[in-house]
Structures are given as structure tokens and as C-alpha cells.
Design a binder for this molecule. Sequence first.
Ligand code: FE2
Length: 505
Amino acid sequence: MELEILGRALSTLSADDDHPYRTGPWRPQTTEHRADDLDVIGELPDDLDGVYIRNTENPVHPAQQGLYHPFDGDGMVHLVGFRDGKAFYRNRFVKTDGFLAEQEAGRGLWAGIAENPAKSERQDGWGARGRMKDASSTDVVVHNGVALTSFWQCGDLYRLDPFSLDTLGKAEWGGDFPSDLGVSAHPKVDPHTGEMLFFNYGTDAPYMHYGVVDASDKLVHYTGIQLPGPRLPHDMAFTENYAILNDCPLFWLPEALAVGKYVSRFHPHLPMRLGVLPRRGDGSEIVWFEAEPTYVLHWTNAYEEGDEVVLEGFHQETPEPPDPGTGSLYDRMFRFLALDHMGTHLHRWRLNMRTGKVTEERLSERITEFGMINPQHSGRRNRYVYAPTGVPGKFLFDGLVKHDTVTGAEEYYPLGDGVFGSETVMAPRIGSTGEDDGYLVTLTVDMNRDLSECLVFDAQRLTDGPIARMRLPERISSGTHSTWASGSEIPGWRTADRPEHALGL
Ligand SMILES: [Fe+2]
């Protein structure tokens, strides 16, 4: 392995920190690395070709009011690239305006999501709530050959070079980027058209917008979606012809909002509303369906079948887990992050476009979330979902399940005590001939051996365990969303003598 230190960030976190999401498997990093030709245990197939990219909440300063929430951490992106049977790794901070301002100041400047925004040192900021630091730490996709990081409360899309992870600036879309509201995490890239579909949300009517950016990075559609009031959507889905937006009954209490407080509550007497809109349709054309009340954090996919739009994702049995009244402040505060507390199950909603009827079915009795599919099946029928299991009571992944949504069969690979995984992508093999003909790629945090690895599995033989493992330069933090981009999606990928030379670096 050839290793180079690319940079270090100033951290003011204390050495005796005891916050569960800044220590142990969530211990943040301050060093940026570039490592080429990673040492491989096992065999790295030469038809695994492209990049795995994962975002991370990686704080470097304490919370202003002492209430750090893991969604407040600064964005750090990890990348493992595979080309010609070799692998390379980089980790870089997303150089957001907020991150740079706090590095300059040497301290945190914005209140976190669990803190009082009125007491934020900086009164400006981003996000649906306003007065937040746009950490761009939630999600990452690759569109038009560039990696884009995003933030769950809406913000800018930061553009990153998909080899070096250098921050290239913000998405501008020729001056049409909706800077007033930003863009939510979970924009969706349709591999069949090269389009990127996105939404945003906020506290002013119409409370949501939906838009389309074409394959050449131009905003070609943007329309308001009228909601009954401010909502907290987190994800969207699409099919060949439709975008699917949602109005889940978990949102800021209107009476609290009226006095400047942001208190999210589940409203079990309200249905979950699912909105189906032609992909280039005006917001007024949206057709709403009513489903059983729940909150859905993540959809896995949607597709069309006869008269039906079929939507799959993770139903929550308990969107607002009750406060047990006992346990540590942190355990109580972060109970919303544990998959078992929310009771997340893979679920299917069938929306009949002719009758308006909704039918629902649970697809698995196992608690999983953060599911990924073969990206070539996005918006089209898919059979398999790859999703992690969670450590009880914690926001940590301890195993990986391959769900067969046709037969209900499941394969499970436990990572073992003290080893935690990441959102795991499915990377189709070059020349792939079937939906599960490819590889699963994830990053681990191994607390037993105090190291991190990249693991590669054969997607058709998950239970056999990894076929290749590569140690990273240091133990990384757990993180959130990830993406896979094949080499063919990245300009210059095949022609450069070294991957980082593809863009002339
Ligand atoms: Fe998410």
C-alpha cells in the first residue's frame, strides 16, 4: 500500500469525550488519506470496476450547547475504487462553507438539531429549519460524472471529484439551483436517462418542491408540491414515468412551530400520503394515495406493474419510540436512531392508478433498513434488496441481509461481535447477466482489532463471507449513506494511467 497524508482538520473535541456518537465505532477522524494499491486478503475480481463512496457525520468541534446529535457532524467522504483487480482509498472532508468557517474560527458556530436555534452563535445558516450548518454529511450520489453530497435538512449539493474527493464547489445548474430552499438528501439518479430527480421542503407554502436535472446538469423541471403544512420527508422514489413523493404523518408540531420551536411528533390518526406525479408533471397533477400511518425513512425502489405503481421501502412499527424514562440521557435522546426501537421492516405498497386503492404487505419479519439494490434496476422491477441489521438500541449495523422480495427468502451474514458495517452497495459485475450477478461492497469498523476494512462479497454467495478484504489506513467512523458508480459513469476512468489522472490532476 502506498500511503500519503493529504490533510488534517483542527479538532477541538476533548480527549475524554464520552458521547456515544463521537467515540468507539463513531470516533471521528481528523486526517485525510490517499492510499493506492491496497493490500488484498483473498482475491479482488478484475470485473469489479468503479467506486464505492460513503458519507459520514464526522464532527471536529463540540456542540455549542452540549447536545451533539450525530446528524450534526461534518461531512467526511470515504472512497474505495476498484480497477484492474486493484483497489485505492481516499477520505476527505466535504469543504462546506460551514466547515471552513468553523475551521477558521477554531470552534463550532452553529447550534445542532437537538439544540435551541435561537441561541446559535451564527444566526444565518441553512436547512428547512434554518440557522443550521449545512454539513452535507447525509447522502452521496454520482451524477454527470461528479459525486454530490447532500444534507438531510436541505442545503447545497457539494460537488466532489470522484477520484480525489477534492471539493469542486457547489451545484449551480447554470444559475438555476434553488438556493432559497436547497435540495434534500436522497436525490435519485435514473441510470436509464441520466436524469437526477430531487425534492426540497421547508416551513413556507407550498412546503415542498420537486425537480429534474438532466444528464448534462441543467435544471429542466421544478414545481411546487402543495402540502397541508410543513413536513419532514426524507426520501423519494421514481419509476419509468413517475416521481413518488410522500407526506408522512411525522412532522413538526404546528403549535410549537408557531412559537419558534421544532418538535417532531408522529400523528397516528393521520394517514401516510403517497403522491404520484408524472416525472415532468406540474405539481397540481399529483395524485395522492392514502396508506396506513407510518413514517418511511428510506424507500428501496419503485416500479410500474399493470395499473399499479409499486413502492418498496421500510415501514416503521413505532415511528416515535416512547421515552422509557430510564437509561442514560444519550440512550433516551437517540432512541429514534435504533432500528429495533422503530421496528423497521421491508414493506410493499401497491398504488392502483385506476382505482385509487392502496394495498400493503410486509416483505420480511426481520428488522433491517438502509437497503440498496442493483442500481441498474432503479425505477424498474427489482427482486433483491441488500440491507443491514442493527445493533439493538444503537445506530450501528452488525450484519447484512439479502432479501428476495419474490420468495421471501433471506440470506444473512453476521459481521461478528464488535464489528460494524456500512450501507452496502451492490456493484454489478462487468458483463453482468443477472440482477444479483455482481459484488457487495461495504466498509467495517472492527473494534476488536482496532481497524477498518473494505469487504467485497459475491452477491450470489453472501453467506460464504467476503471474497476479498482490504485494510484501510486507520480505523474510520461509522457513517450513513453510500453509492456505487461504475467506471463507465466516470469520465476518463479507463484511459488514465492512474485513476486520479483521469481529470488531469
Ligand atoms: Fe437517509
